[in-house]
Design a protein around this ligand. Structure first.
Ligand SMILES: [Zn+2]
Length: 271
């Protein structure tokens, strides 16, 4: 267990709410911790209802509450979590916990809703089932509410520059294999454009992947509503392939990847 190291000797103090148990170490961090707990409940209600999760929400109460650990500072957080230097927080799926540190503003606005969405979505899908990465990361970013305008603006700008990938390429790209420091990558088809090759550095490729994933989720939710979106996720969870899940969730509108792509392009073209 993470806490078995240097902090074991210290007393964790506990705060509880309906869906969360929050742990912090020093009285100085109490006010920040209360703010985190408040924000966590608000985010939970919004995200759970967006994902159609509220009907099963007992899953996160009582002994199943998610644990949030607030470390006293960034350095201690990094040491205890083993995360890279830039990390502001993380989620651990196995013991349903979220880790961060006192004073992190990025944690409240971005990391907390993002990681919570991964946990809720993981519960919904089931721990063993594979979820398409674009969908998992797309939802988590869309639920960072403050980021939505940036997602829209950036995805539209990338689209008009011709730097978005086709949906097929998006689905086939394994982003974990991309080395961000690599200078050259070859790309397949650009969205709505011609097939071809482009030289792009690893970091831009990862950035575009994330923006594009979030935009595609945003399109499905904004254009066709959360209920259909939840149905789409449920179909994937139950083992349908992408086109099967699309046809089942959007029977009157989307039947295959070509139709999905055409409608998403229309959405990207709107002012
Ligand atoms: Zn994520």
């Amino acid at each position: 267990m993470l806490l078995a190291t240097t902090l074991a000797a210290q007393e964790w103090q506990e705060l509880k709410s309906e869906h969360f148990m929050l742990y912090f170490l020093s009285d100085e961090n109490k006010e920040f911790s209360r703010g985190v707990l408040n924000k966590a409940e608000k985010d939970y209600n919004r995200i759970a209802s967006d994902l159609g999760y509220s009907r099963n929400s007992n899953f996160w109460t009582w002994d199943n509450r998610v644990k949030i650990f607030v470390y006293p500072d960034h350095e201690t957080y990094l040491k205890e979590s083993g995360q890279p230097e830039w990390s502001e927080g993380m989620a651990n799926y196995k013991n349903k916990s979220i880790l961060s540190y006192s004073g992190s503003s990025n944690f409240l606005v971005s990391v907390l809703p993002h990681e919570m969405t991964h946990l809720i979505f993981r519960d919904f899908i089931g721990i063993r089932r594979k979820v398409p990465l674009w969908l998992d990361e797309g939802i988590a970013q869309w639920e960072e509410e403050a980021k939505r305008q940036i997602i829209k603006k950036t995805s539209k700008a990338c689209f008009s520059r011709g730097t978005l990938f086709s949906i097929k390429d998006l689905m086939e790209l394994d982003i974990h294999l991309i080395d961000k420091s690599n200078k050259i990558h070859l790309r397949g088809t650009s969205l709505g454009g011609e097939g071809g090759f482009l030289i792009i550095d690893g970091k831009s490729l990862v950035d575009i992947y994330y923006i594009e994933s979030a935009s595609l989720v945003g399109f499905l939710i904004e254009r066709h509503g959360t209920e259909n979106f939840t149905e789409f996720c449920r179909q994937l969870r139950d083992g349908r392939d992408l086109e099967g899940a699309l046809s089942a969730a959007y029977p009157a509108q989307i039947h295959n990847i070509q139709e999905l792509e055409a409608q998403w392009i229309e959405y990207l073209k709107e002012e």
